[in-house]
Design a protein around this ligand. Structure first.
Ligand SMILES: Cc1cc2nc3c(=O)[nH]c(=O)nc-3n(C[C@H](O)[C@H](O)[C@H](O)COP(=O)(O)OP(=O)(O)OC[C@H]3O[C@@H](n4cnc5c(N)ncnc54)[C@H](O)[C@@H]3O)c2cc1C
Ligand code: SF4
Length: 348
């Protein structure tokens, strides 16, 4: 049966924006989220404040969640997953739990997961040294205004970020840049300096990649107003030494080996496709790129159309993305998912 409703899979920033946009254009939506709550990674991982305006993640996401939950055209299914799909564009039958749902089109917004910094190729001691943490661990500490060394509960006096962990790394096959981590590390560095003015903060980078306005909004203020120290260098290993952390690498500006002592090390982990992105891509038969993200087959001018008619994707399921990218691709996927159905109806 031909139907004009849309199924959105994933209730993170991208899926929420897609569901809200579809419904605000007058089409009914079933939003399927595997977790017991909406908000995606920013809520699940307790992000503190968001770039570039430092608004609380909870407040910003709360606004988006309210837009979805208050719209009577949206049916939210929590702790739910899609187990089967049959039919074709305009007339899909989707199995969610034990129920069959008719949908004209589907939007995959299943997001990303953080690179595992304890993978065996990594020499940073993430699982060995409690004071080696990752970006999302520091977000959770910043959210509760409690940045302390996990090993002894004391505030750090020297803290550094190590950039490009799990990204731009040919050896592990993640050659891509994860796009948000330079900005997020700089934002967190500012927050640490504000919270602990006596703590010296360093960022070790290969090269800083601040996109668009983040250059002026985050990067320069971090240096000029908050005295975060950026050091161009490659960190090769982190070792425990006398109750602190010895960070080893190469200062690439000076071209010489470098060893510095820190109290805390924060690994700027990259983005990989979530398990849900991989499994939903397979279930719906859409083409994935070599990293497992969903391919947008009409890029660059159409970033949301997949290889299967009637199936669209948005947000970090398509590759590394910040929230602005998520909002843009979600709105595009919403429009395409509705217009493709209307074009189909008027054609025949
Ligand atoms: C540490 C860190 C801090 C960041 N801070 C910022 C910031 O300050 N500003 C900014 O612009 N960006 C930031 N980002 C990027 C931001 O987190 C992402 O752009 C955004 O979360 C991507 O949204 P999404 O909806 O595509 O994916 P996600 O947030 O990953 O949401 C995907 C949702 O899909 C659900 N899902 C997955 N599989 C299934 C399935 N099979 N069935 C049903 N549901 C499923 C998941 O449970 C999840 O709720 C940060 C990233 C990191 C790593
Ligand atoms: S955004 Fe920065 S830290 Fe992240 S992968 Fe790109 S260059 Fe590396």
């Amino acid at each position: 049966m031909v139907t004009n409703s849309v199924v959105v899979i994933g209730g993170g920033p991208a899926g929420l924006e897609a569901a809200a946009s579809v419904a605000e254009l007058g089409t009914s939506v079933v939003l399927v989220e595997r977790r017991g709550f909406l908000g995606g990674t920013p809520i699940a991982e307790n992000y503190a404040n968001l770039t570039p305006h430092m608004e609380s993640a909870e407040v910003a996401m709360g606004r988006l969640i309210e837009r979805v939950t208050s719209n009577p055209l949206i049916d939210v299914r929590l702790e739910a997953e899609v187990s089967a799909c049959r039919g074709a564009a305009g007339a899909f039958t989707i199995t969610v739990g034990d129920q069959q749902i008719d949908a004209g089109s589907v939007i995959l917004a299943t997001g990303f997961q953080h690179f595992d910094p304890g993978a065996e190729t990594q020499m940073y001691g993430y699982y060995e040294h409690p004071d080696v943490i990752a970006l999302q661990d520091l977000e959770a500490m910043l959210k509760t205004h409690d940045v302390v060394r996990p090993s002894n509960g004391e505030p750090p006096k020297r803290l550094c970020f190590v950039q490009c962990v799990g990204s731009r790394d040919r050896q592990i096959g993640n050659e891509y840049c994860s796009k948000v981590c330079c900005g997020v590390a700089s934002k967190e560095a500012i927050e640490v300096r504000q919270l602990l003015p006596d703590c010296k903060v360093f960022i070790f980078y290969i090269d800083m990649r601040m996109y668009g306005y983040w250059e002026n909004q985050i990067y320069w203020p971090a240096q000029e107003q908050h005295h975060v120290q950026y050091i161009k260098g490659i960190i090769t290993e982190v070792l425990a030494k006398d109750g602190r952390l010895l960070v080893r690498g190469e200062d690439t500006t000076m071209g010489r080996p470098m060893e510095v002592l820190m109290d805390m090390v924060v690994l700027s982990v990259g983005m990989e496709p979530s398990a849900g992105t991989r499994s939903m891509a397979q279930l719906f038969g859409v083409q994935q790129n070599k990293y497992g993200f969903i391919d947008s087959v009409r890029a660059p001018l159409d970033t949301v159309t997949t290889s299967v008619p009637g199936i669209y994707s948005c947000g970090a399921a398509l590759g590394p993305a910040d929230l602005e990218d998520c909002a843009s691709s979600a709105a595009a996927a919403a429009v395409k998912s509705i217009t493709s159905q209307r074009l189909r109806v008027s054609a025949g």
